[in-house]
Design a protein around this ligand. Structure first.
Ligand code: PEP
Ligand code: MN
Length: 353
């Protein structure tokens, strides 16, 4: 009974003002001003056909009549999900995230690849050359590494970020790298094209809020024991601060299984696609923990409808400072790229709903 009441209240509190297709910019401005005059925050959400405006940070129910009478307003509807900016109820079209020439969420599968950690310029450049040659779209590599043990390699820090900038300059590959801590945020933001928030920080709310103020797209990994709702609410923190560009990344959750490092939850893909408008990519490397599982899991991820993959690749995995056992060799990555594109093509040509 209590739970039902909470859900009903959540539905009443979360309001979306849907503008008419022919609403003028002035009418949209007027609605925003009316929302702000009530002390709430207004967040316009451009859609394919029309603009909607979310009413945020209201502490109680919003009276729909207040807004439905305004010029240009089609209707004011409650959003029943607690993750309102993230929800497909708020935005019907899948969000497309443009990073230079790469588009995540659109009609091609985006492959992000690179080592677990940036170890040296030579290492990063060698791997980037393979990634580029095989048709990878973006480069990944950690400069700040979240390690279970404080005695293991922690990343090169700013030096690693500089190496990533050189990879981008040399190969034209946008770079994804992780930020672990608020004090490094400005620095990582200056170098990265996409900022990664790792599984261990999925509920680091100060970090999420700061990511919400960022001009960079954010790749938000699912916490290793997070429910989908907790994950979507973490994305909501980022979006509520004004950053609409969030990519969700499933990387395996912790279960009783011992045959793999984590258990890849591919059932998240259709649920993310149904419940949210955000793109979803799969990281089979951290899910598997072992190289031989990465290819089959990647094929399954592409077939399940992921918008992209993030893969660890290393040319000398036996010498890697971290995650060598799960890193593909460059030749394996090359095969993977060809297989993934073929699977994605089949889905594009048929009904993949
Ligand atoms: C990573 O991608 O380098 C990483 C540390 O992943 P996760 O946060 O998923 O463990
Ligand atoms: Mn790793």
């Amino acid at each position: 009974m209590h739970k039902i009441n909470i859900l009903i209240n959540a539905g009443r509190f979360f309001m979306l003002i849907v503008m008419r297709k022919d609403a003028t910019p002035q009418q949209i401005e007027n609605v925003i001003a009316a929302i702000e005059a009530k002390g709430y925050k207004a967040r316009p959400i451009p859609g394919g056909e029309r603009v909607s405006i979310a009413v945020l940070f209201n502490q109680g129910p919003v009276d729909a009549d207040l807004f439905e009478g305004l010029a240009g307003v089609k209707e004011a509807i409650p959003v029943t999900r607690p993750y309102k900016l993230v929800s497909r109820e708020t935005k019907a079209d899948t969000t497309l995230i443009q990073i230079n020439q790469v588009c995540i969420g659109g009609s091609s599968l985006v492959i992000i690849a690179g080592p677990c950690a940036v170890e040296s310029e030579k290492q990063a450049m060698t791997i980037a050359e393979h990634v580029k040659k095989s048709g990878g779209d973006m480069f990944r590599g950690g400069a700040f590494k979240p390690r279970t043990s404080p005695y293991t390699f922690q990343g090169l820090g700013e030096q690693g970020l500089k190496i990533l900038a050189k990879v981008r300059e040399t190969f034209g590959l946008p770079v994804v790298t992780e930020v672990m801590d608020l004090s490094h945020f400005d620095m990582v933001e200056d170098y990265a094209d996409v900022i990664q928030i790792g599984t261990r920080n999925m509920q680091n709310f100060s970090l999420l809020r700061r990511a919400g103020e960022s001009r960079r797209p954010v790749l938000l990994k699912r916490g290793m024991s997070a429910t989908l709702e907790e994950w979507f609410m973490a994305a909501e923190y980022i979006m509520a601060e004004g950053n609409p560009n969030v990519v969700l990344c499933e990387r395996g959750v912790r279960t009783f299984a011992r045959h793999s490092r984590n258990t890849l939850d591919l059932s998240a893909v259709p649920v993310v696609r149904r419940e949210t408008h955000l793109p979803i990519i799969i990281d089979p490397s951290h899910a598997a923990g072992y190289r031989d599982q990465v290819m089959p899991l990647s094929r399954a991820a592409a077939a399940a409808g992921a918008h992209g993959l993030m893969i660890e690749v290393h040319h000398e995995p036996e010498k890697a400072t971290s995650d060598g056992a799960q890193s593909l060799l460059p030749d394996q990555f090359d095969v993977l790229c060809r297989q993934m594109r073929a699977i994605f093509q089949i889905l594009q040509s048929g009904d993949n709903s």
